[in-house]
Design a protein around this ligand. Structure first.
Ligand code: F6P
Length: 363
């Protein structure tokens, strides 16, 4: 047991992700059991520290019971609410309300803040660290696109969800001799598309890192439709684009939010229909990939991240983010992790394997 009573604040920011509750549970239990520290959960990411009165609640091992297997985050989250460019409901433009956040942290008596978030929330965490706030980061993203970390929790669950969809779509595509294009998440990184496509036996996988040639995928589908299989399954990462083309977007995004990728699946299906006179259908998996119960792998990883985050606070390693390297827990400066995105290496072993087993990547 630690003898200095501390109060830790914790928040979840950005898009939700299976395993967030498992991290929260591990933080609360480690803080209470190992150190006898108090944990205050901030609601809806940084937003909870911007609004007046602040939205937060004490978290104890008793009031967080039963959350390990639950998807989402019991604290709520938002991918708006950036305190450095905050857009309130009625106002003209973004405002810097970071000072207010720091004041509220003081008022709550928070000695250290654990930010569980993806690239966006961790960048905010880094700015607060530079302003003197003792911050520790926990990486979170189903996209698995953060640098300086091998694997993030939520990714395995998302890949399993997409794989399950591909398994189901196989039987209907085969029965109807159809082409089915499945659009998956991942923003500018193709990890979900590549891994789900490999696990789900896709014939074509399109990832943002490899702009695809129309003639290559048309040829692959032509061969498939003329083979005994007579059906094709294509997986397109939402950020995939044709050679010389641009990423496709559904909408420019909400004020203070980011633009929403989407539409490439539909374009691929329409182009194949025109080129080959095949019957094509599109399934956009969307947020189903972010929901649901985390896999065993993600629950364990998330629990290790939560424990390690508290350890970083105990060791006063502020400005650091929990990471896993060669299966061991450690930490890296948040600054390094958010410098650029971790994308799929186009000459890496995963891509080589996919191509060796006959998957067309469109090049
Ligand atoms: O970053 C996670 C992610 O699920 C991306 O894969 C996707 O593009 C985006 O978030 C969707 O965000 P929103 O929930 O705002 O639609």
């Amino acid at each position: 047991m630690g003898d200095t009573q501390k109060t830790i604040g914790v928040l979840t920011g950005g898009g939700d992700c299976p395993g967030l509750n498992a991290v929260l549970r591990a933080i609360v239990k480690t803080a209470a059991n190992k150190y006898n520290w108090k944990v205050i959960g901030i609601e809806d990411g940084f937003e909870g520290l911007i609004v007046e009165p602040v939205r937060c609640r004490e978290m104890t091992p008793w009031n967080i019971r039963g959350i390990l297997q639950r998807g989402g985050t019991i604290l709520g989250t938002t991918n708006r609410g950036n305190p450095f460019a905050y857009v309130a409901p009625i106002q003209n433009g973004p405002r810097d309300v970071s000072g207010q956040v720091i004041q509220n942290l003081h008022k709550l008596g928070i000695d250290a803040l654990i930010v569980i978030g993806g690239e966006g929330s961790l960048k905010i965490a880094q700015k607060f660290f530079e302003m003197g706030v003792p911050v520790v980061g926990v990486p979170k993203t189903i996209d698995n696109d953060l640098r300086r970390i091998e694997l993030t929790f939520g990714f395995d669950t998302a890949v399993n969800t997409a794989m399950d969809a591909l398994d189901k779509l196989h039987s209907t595509a085969e029965s109807h001799h159809r082409v089915i294009v499945v659009e998956v998440m991942g923003r500018h990184a193709g990890w979900i598309a590549l891994c789900a496509g490999m696990a789900g036996g896709a014939d074509v996988i399109l990832i943002p890192e490899i702009p695809f040639k129309w003639e290559t995928i048309i040829q692959k589908v032509r061969e498939r439709q003329n083979s005994p299989a007579k059906f094709s399954i294509l997986v397109a990462g939402e950020g995939a684009k044709p050679l010389g083309g641009q990423e496709m977007y559904y909408s420019p995004g909400d004020p203070g939010g980011t633009a929403r990728l989407g539409g490439i699946g539909q374009l691929v299906a329409e182009t194949l229909t025109k080129a080959l006179d095949v019957e094509a259908r599109v399934t956009v998996l969307g947020h189903v990939q972010r929901g649901g119960s985390p896999t065993a792998f993600d629950r364990i990883l998330a629990t290790r991240f939560g424990f390690w985050a508290v350890e970083l606070v105990a060791r006063e390693k502020f400005g650091e983010m929990v990471t896993i390297y060669r299966t061991r827990m450690s930490s890296v400066p948040i600054r390094d992790a958010v410098e650029s995105l971790k994308t799929v290496p186009t000459d890496g072993e995963l891509v080589d394997t996919a191509e060796a087993v006959g998957i067309c990547l469109g090049r």
